[in-house]
Design a protein around this ligand. Structure first.
Ligand code: ADP
Ligand code: GLC
Length: 495
C-alpha cells in the first residue's frame, strides 16, 4: 500500500474555513481505512495546536535564514487514529483565529513566506531531509498554499510522486515579483511556463504545471475549468494538462454528518423517523428568534459570504422573497459589505429573515437539520458539501446547475418525480429571477406532500461516504507513481 503525505493548510476539527477543511479532515482517515499509510501535514496554527490534544516533538530541522529550527510536532487527528504532523515555527503560524486572514479580514502580509516555508518543510519530509525516517511514495497537495511542493519536487531526480488537488481555482496565491525574489526561488521558475502569471508569481501554478497528476473535486468542475468561463485565466494550461486532470467527487464524513447521531440536534431522526425532523425546525426557529411555525417553509443557507456563493443574488431577491410565506435563516461570514447588507435586511424583515454573522459549527448542523430547503445559488462551485449534507438530512437543496452541484443534485423534473429519483431543485442562470423561480417551484412541490417526502427520502438514500472516492484516489496515487517515471514535461502553453 502506498505511503501518502497529505499536505493541506486546514483540516477539521483542528482548523477550518470551508470545504477544504472538511476534505482534509476526512479523506486521509478514509484512505487509512483502506490500508494506506497516511500522514497529514498542517501548519502549527495556534488554535489547531490547542485542539490537537497531546503533542510530541518528532523532529527538528534547521532551515537557512530562519532564526530558530522548525519543529515537527505529532498528534492524532481527534476522532480518528490518524497521525498529524504540524510544521511548528511560531513566528509564522502561532496566531489566533483565521489561518489566512488577520482580524480585519485582510490576508496576513507574510502569507507567501508562511506557505513557502510550509511547502519547504513538506519537501524536506518527502525527500527524507527532515530528520525523520518515514518517507512517502506520494505527496498529495491541496490548493495554492501547497503549490510550491510539486514545483520544488520536480527538480529532484529521486522523489515521490505528486498529486495536486484543485479545490478552488479562483484562489491562486498571487504575489508580486519581489516576493518571488525574496523567497529565493530558482530563477528558472520565473517563466510563464512555470510560476509566472502575467507578471505575478502564482503559487497555484506550481501545482498545475508540475504535479504528476491533477485532480479537482467533481467531474463537472474538471470540465468547466478547461473553459475560459471558469478557468480563471488558467484554462489554457489546464487544457494542456487535460490528460493528467481528473475530477473525483468529494465524499462526506458520514459519522459527523449523521442526523440520527448528531449531538448538535434537538432530536435525532432518520428516514424511518422522519417526523422527528420537525422538532429541529422548531428549535432552529427558536434559536434564530423567528416565530415557531411548523407550517411555514424554512429555507437555510450556510457559507462563506463571497461573490462565488451568489450572496448578491439573495440580497437582490429579498424584497420579492420576503413577500412569500417563508422564513430564511442564514449563517455565514466573509466580505464586510455582504455582512452589513444582510444584517440591515434582517433588521428590516425581522419575522422572516434571521442572519447570524460568524462561524459556528453547531448552528451549521442545526440549519442542515431544521430547514426544509437549503439554498446554494453559487456562481461556481467546485464541489460543494452543503448540498450533500442537506440530502443526508432530508433537506431539499435548491442549487444552480454548476460544478459539483450539477453532479450531485437531481432536479425534480416530471420524469424524475415519477421514478422517485429527484433529490432537489436545480436552476440554470445566475440571475435573481431564475433563483426566485426555483424557490417558487420548491414551494409548490412542498405542498404535494407524498412527492416531497419521496424526494427527501431519495436524498437520504444517496451514498456520499468517502468509500468510493477514496478508492479512486488510491488508484490515482498508483497512476501518479507510474507517471513519475516518464521524463519531465516541458509545458509550452501560456497559463
Ligand atoms: P467552500 O469550501 O467553498 O466554503 P463547501 O460547501 O465545500 O464550500 O464547504 C463549506 C463548509 O464550511 C461546510 O462544511 C459548511 O458547513 C462550512 N461553513 C461555511 N461557513 C460556515 C459558518 N459560517 N459556520 C459554520 N460552518 C460553515
Ligand atoms: C472549495 C470549493 C468547494 C469544495 C471545497 C472542498 O473551497 O469552493 O466547492 O466543496 O473546496 O473541496
Amino acid at each position: 500500500m502506498p505511503k501518502i503525505l497529505f499536505v493541506a493548510s486546514e483540516a477539521h476539527p483542528l482548523i477550518k474555513t470551508g470545504g477544504l477543511g472538511d476534505v482534509a479532515g476526512s479523506l486521509p482517515a478514509a484512505l487509512q481505512s483502506l490500508r494506506a499509510d497516511v500522514r497529514l501535514l498542517l501548519p502549527a496554527y495556534h488554535d489547531a495546536l490547542a485542539r490537537a490534544g497531546k503533542l510530541k516533538t518528532v523532529a527538528r530541522c534547521a532551515i537557512e535564514n530562519l532564526s530558530a529550527p522548525v519543529r515537527i510536532l505529532e498528534a492524532r487527528l481527534p476522532g480518528t487514529g490518524l497521525i498529524v504532523w504540524f510544521v511548528d515555527y511560531p513566528p509564522a503560524y502561532d496566531r489566533r483565529g483565521h489561518p489566512y486572514l488577520d482580524a480585519g479580514g485582510r490576508p496576513w502580509p507574510d502569507n507567501a513566506m508562511r506557505y513557502a516555508l510550509f511547502a519547504d518543510v513538506a519537501v524536506r519530509i518527502a525527500l527524507g531531509r527532515a530528520n525523520m525516517k518515514w518517507r512517502p511514495d506520494v505527496v498529495h497537495c491541496h490548493d495554492w498554499q501547497t503549490g510550491l511542493v510539486p514545483a520544488w519536487l520536480a527538480m529532484e531526480k529521486i522523489r515521490p510522486a505528486t498529486v495536486f488537488t484543485i479545490h478552488n481555482l479562483a484562489y491562486q496565491g498571487l504575489f508580486p515579483r519581489e516576493t518571488f525574489e525574496a523567497l529565493g526561488l530558482p530563477a528558472a521558475l520565473w517563466s510563464h511556463e512555470a510560476l509566472e502569471f502575467h507578471g505575478w508569481m502564482s503559487f497555484i501554478k506550481g501545482g498545475l504545471v508540475y504535479a504528476d497528476r491533477l485532480t479537482t473535486v467533481s467531474p463537472n468542475y474538471a470540465r468547466e475549468i478547461r473553459t475560459p468561463e471558469f478557468g480563471c485565466g488558467l484554462d489554457g494550461l489546464l487544457r494542456h494538462r487535460a490528460g493528467r486532470l481528473t475530477g473525483i467527487l468529494n465524499g462526506i464524513d458520514d459519522k459527523e454528518w449523521n442526523p440520527a447521531r448528531d449531538p448538535f440536534l434537538e432530536k435525532g431522526y432518520s428516514s424511518r423517523r422522519l417526523q422527528d425532523k420537525l422538532a429541529n425546525k422548531l428549535a432552529l426557529q427558536r434559536e434564530f428568534g423567528l416565530p415557531e411555525q411548523s407550517g411555514t417553509p424554512l429555507i437555510g443557507m450556510v457559507g462563506r459570504l463571497v461573490h462565488q456563493k451568489g450572496i448578491d443574488l439573495v440580497l437582490e431577491t429579498l424584497p420579492g422573497l420576503m413577500h412569500r410565506p417563508i422564513q430564511l435563516v442564514l449563517l455565514g461570514s466573509g466580505e464586510a459589505g455582504y455582512e452589513e447588507a444582510l444584517r440591515a435586511q434582517a433588521a428590516r424583515y425581522a419575522k422572516r429573515l434571521a442572519v447570524r454573522i460568524g462561524y459556528d459549527e453547531r448552528l451549521a448542523h442545526m440549519i442542515e437539520a431544521g430547514a426544509d430547503m437549503f439554498l446554494m445559488p453559487s456562481r461556481f462551485e467546485p464541489c460543494g458539501l452543503n448540498q450533500l449534507y442537506s440530502q443526508r438530512y432530508g433537506t431539499i437543496p435548491i442549487v444552480r446547475r454548476v460544478g459539483g452541484l450539477a453532479d450531485t443534485v437531481a432536479d425534480a423534473t416530471k420524469a424524475r418525480l415519477k421514478t422517485g429519483s429527484a433529490t432537489g431543485i436545480v436552476f440554470e442562470e445566475a440571475r435573481a429571477s431564475a433563483m426566485l423561480a426555483a424557490i417558487d417551484r420548491a414551494l409548490v412541490l412542498q405542498q404535494k406532500k407524498p412527492a416531497w417526502k419521496r424526494m427527501m427520502l431519495a436524498g437520504m438514500r444517496q451514498d456520499y461516504s468517502w468509500r468510493h472516492s477514496a478508492t479512486e484516489y488510491l488508484r490515482l496515487y498508483r497512476q501518479a507513481m507510474r507517471d513519475k517515471r516518464t521524463p519531465p514535461r516541458k509545458p509550452t502553453v501560456r497559463g
